[in-house]
Design a protein around this ligand. Structure first.
Ligand code: B16
Ligand code: MG
Length: 219
């Protein structure tokens, strides 16, 4: 039986991808790298330091900065990003999320979080939904970014369920890959996620009915 549903944060629960983009763009500009929102897609679900490496590679500046300089650049980005999080309120929840969380809970199925963002706890508090989650994987203890399954496996372990008993929900290609590699069933929200077990256009389509129908159709 289905025992848990594990959510990604950015792009599934709230849309912070644009805030990440604005913060990275401003840091990148200072070191002469330009990038657009299309390239930003490739940073979804990728950890802070790995994102910086991808940006440097994108700008042809791989290996130009030493570790200390990289940490400073990442720190500057995070300061800008954290400042921008002040704009988050309960209204920043993506459509249908509050409802589906309540429905999953009512069905007695556990709810977990698998976000590689070190800011995830602060974001859940700002959205006033932290109490909905029985377990949030600790991003600071994760070694490998998505598409590695590590964070989804950590979420399942913390919820005390086997990956085969859980559904994962993601908006990023690397995230869907991570869910599949963990041995969970995957739900992809948005375009370009043909590798997801179930593809939806928007969080609006998420409901307990859609998740439980998907589960019974596959197991
Ligand atoms: P932070 P997710 C990810 O969150 C974001 O998609 C990614 O763009 C970001 O770089 C990463 O978190 C790290 O975030 O700098 O706040 O630690 O999609 O796994 O919820
Ligand atoms: Mg995401």
């Amino acid at each position: 039986a289905l025992k848990a549903v594990v959510f990604d944060l950015d792009g599934v629960i709230t849309d912070t991808a644009h805030l990440h983009f604005l913060a990275w763009r401003s840091v990148a500009q200072e070191i002469g790298i330009r990038f657009d929102e299309a390239f930003n897609e490739e940073l979804k679900g990728i950890s802070r330091m790995d994102s910086l490496q991808r940006i440097l590679r994108h700008g042809g500046k791989e290996g130009v900065f030493n570790d200390k300089q990289c940490l400073a650049l990442a720190g500057k980005k995070n300061d800008l990003y954290v400042q921008s999080l002040a704009s988050l309120t309960q209204a920043s929840l993506l459509p249908g999320i509050r409802e589906v969380l309540a429905e999953i809970r009512a069905a007695n199925v556990k709810i977990g979080l698998a976000s590689v963002s070190l800011n995830a706890p602060a974001i859940l508090h700002a959205l006033a939904i932290h109490t909905a989650f029985e377990f949030c994987a600790d991003a600071s203890r994760i070694v490998y970014s998505k598409p590695d399954p590590e964070i989804f496996l950590a979420a399942c372990a913390g919820l005390n369920v086997r990956p085969e008993e859980a559904i994962g929900i993601e908006d990023a290609a690397a995230g869907v890959e991570a869910i599949n590699a963990a041995g969970m069933l995957s739900v992809g929200i948005g375009p370009g996620l043909g590798h997801a077990g179930l593809q939806l256009h928007s969080t609006r389509e998420l409901s307990w009915k859609c998740l439980s129908d998907f589960w019974s159709s596959r197991s």
